[in-house]
Design a protein around this ligand. Structure first.
Ligand SMILES: [Zn+2]
Length: 193
C-alpha cells in the first residue's frame, strides 16, 4: 500500500468508546462484597445519567459499543431470551451502535472473556476501528487489562473492583470519564489541525 493510500485508510478508520454494561450502564446489586448482575428484565435498571452522557459522546462522532461477560449463558442461569430483552431495552434507551457479549465460562478459556481482548479485537474488524485511539470505560480491572492488550486507552471508574492493573485514568464516575474523552478528542483535533 502506498503511503497516501495508507493515510486515506487510516483516516477512514473510526474511533470508538467501549462501555462496560454491568455497573456502568445499568445498576448492579452488592452481595457479600460481590457484584450481582441482573438476570431478568424485571431486575434490569438502566442508569438515568447514561443516556445524556452517551449522547455527548455520539455528538463527538464516536462509535459506542457495550461489552459484557455473561458466563451465566454457558453455566445455564442466564436465559438468552431475558438477555435479549435487556439488550433491546439498552438499544432503545441509549445511542449504542453494538452490544458484544462473551457467553463463556472461565473454564472455556475463550479469547473473548475479559481480561482477554477478544471482544475489542472483534469489534475492531467489524467496525473498522483504529483500536490504538479507542477508549474503554469500565469499573473493573478485567476491562483495563483487556484494553491494554488491545492497545486502547482505559478509563477506570472508582469501584471495589479496579484492582492494581495498568490503567490510563482513574475517575470518580461516568460523567468524569466522558468529559475526559471529549477533552482528549479536542486535544487530538488541535494537534491534527
Ligand atoms: Zn468468551
Amino acid at each position: 500500500m502506498a503511503s497516501g493510500e495508507l493515510y486515506a485508510f487510516l483516516i477512514l478508520m473510526k474511533l470508538c468508546v467501549f462501555l462496560e454494561r454491568d455497573g456502568v450502564l445499568n445498576r448492579v446489586r452488592l452481595e457479600r462484597q460481590r457484584m450481582v448482575a441482573p438476570l431478568t428484565m424485571d431486575e434490569f435498571e438502566i442508569k438515568p445519567e447514561a443516556a445524556p452522557l452517551l449522547e455527548k459522546l455520539k455528538a463527538g462522532g464516536l462509535v459506542l459499543i457495550a461489552t459484557t461477560n455473561q458466563p451465566g449463558l454457558s453455566r445455564g442461569y442466564q436465559s438468552r431470551r431475558e438477555l435479549d430483552r435487556m439488550h433491546d431495552s439498552l438499544r432503545r434507551t441509549l445511542p449504542l451502535d453494538d452490544i458484544l457479549v462473551c457467553p463463556h465460562d472461565e473454564t472455556d478459556r475463550c479469547p473473548c472473556r475479559k481480561p482477554n481482548p477478544g471482544l475489542f479485537v472483534e469489534a475492531g474488524f467489524k467496525w473498522n476501528l483504529n483500536l490504538e485511539h479507542c477508549f474503554v470505560i469500565s469499573d473493573k480491572w478485567h476491562a483495563a487489562e483487556a484494553a491494554w492488550a488491545a492497545g486502547c486507552m482505559s478509563l477506570l471508574l472508582e469501584s471495589p473492583w479496579t484492582g492494581s492493573v495498568h490503567h490510563d485514568f482513574l475517575l470518580p464516575n461516568l460523567a468524569a470519564a466522558v468529559d475526559k474523552i471529549l477533552q482528549l478528542q479536542s486535544l487530538n483535533r488541535a494537534v491534527a489541525a
